[in-house]
Ligand binder design. Structure first.
Ligand code: PEP
Length: 258
């Protein structure tokens, strides 16, 4: 599919802190990121941090007024009820979250989340006025078996709620074998899958909706490999784990956006 004009999809650089950060460290990291962002004369990207639930309120207050978006790493599909230990999407919106990651491979694997579960969570995030960052991606075994395209198609179709749009949805393509391993797809492989995802998105969203939807790459993105990945025509930013825990590295990735 033809790449959209650069202005149509402003890159999003998103940090997934996972289960890292006690209060002092987490607040220091958030403040460091916000200060560096504010010090940039101009920037070609939006920046999002997704701390653990325990830090959301404090991070929101600590970076108040900074051009930094706040997101959560998960939500429950229901708006309230008897779900011990879970957190509902409206609770996250009330805290100041604009985004919620759903369907991360660690949740699909560690918590047995199916595409249907991910779809329900994404719908809950969207219904609470937030943007769902829907993660999809193949395992190493599926890659080796030549199933990447089929897996990505299936996960996308199964995880995308009705009512999704370019404004309430971001797709994150995260090959599971690349997460935290230091390995990445070749630029050709990454572009091919991103283009496939965009083509698939045009079925539910239409051509214009698909062309306007951000598709992030995730999996061992760092300041050294980011420029090549972020320059690919259908890569509209990154979902970053390890390298988002160091403000200098995280911002350096953002500065790779052209
Ligand atoms: C992730 O878990 O979403 C991720 C991309 O992690 P990392 O950047 O550490 O590979």
């Amino acid at each position: 599919m033809t790449a959209a004009p650069a202005t149509l999809r402003r890159p999003l650089i998103a940090g997934n802190w996972k289960m890292n950060g006690l209060k002092a460290d987490g607040l220091a990291l958030a403040r460091d990121i916000a200060t560096r962002l504010e010090g940039m004369a101009s920037r070609r990207f939006d920046m999002l941090v997704c701390p653990p639930f325990t830090l959301l309120d404090a991070v929101c207050a600590a970076v108040d007024g900074a051009p930094l978006l706040l997101g959560a790493q998960d939500c429950h599909a229901d708006a309230k009820g008897a779900h011990t230990g879970d957190v509902a999407a409206p609770m996250l919106a009330e805290l100041g979250c604009s985004h919620v990651i759903v369907g991360h491979s660690e949740r699909r694997t560690n918590h047995g989340e199916s595409d249907a579960t991910v779809r329900a969570k994404a719908a809950a995030a969207q219904g609470a006025g937030m943007t769902a960052v829907i993660c999809i991606g193949e395992t190493e075994g599926q890659r080796d078996a030549g199933e990447t395209a089929a897996v990505v198609r299936r996960q996308l179709a199964g995880s995308l709620p009705a009512g999704s749009s370019a404004t309430n949805t971001v797709i994150a393509y995260e090959p599971v074998w690349a997460i935290g391993t230091g390995r990445t797809p070749t630029p050709e492989e990454a572009q091919a899958i991103h283009a496939l995802i965009r083509a698939e998105l045009s079925k539910p969203l239409g051509a214009a909706g698909s062309a306007a939807t951000r598709i992030l790459y995730g999996g061992s993105m760092n300041p050294k490999n980011a420029a090549v990945l972020l320059a690919l025509p259908d890569v509209d930013g990154g979902l970053i784990g390890g390298a988002s825990l160091k403000a200098a590295d995280f911002l350096a990735i953002g500065e790779c956006c052209r």
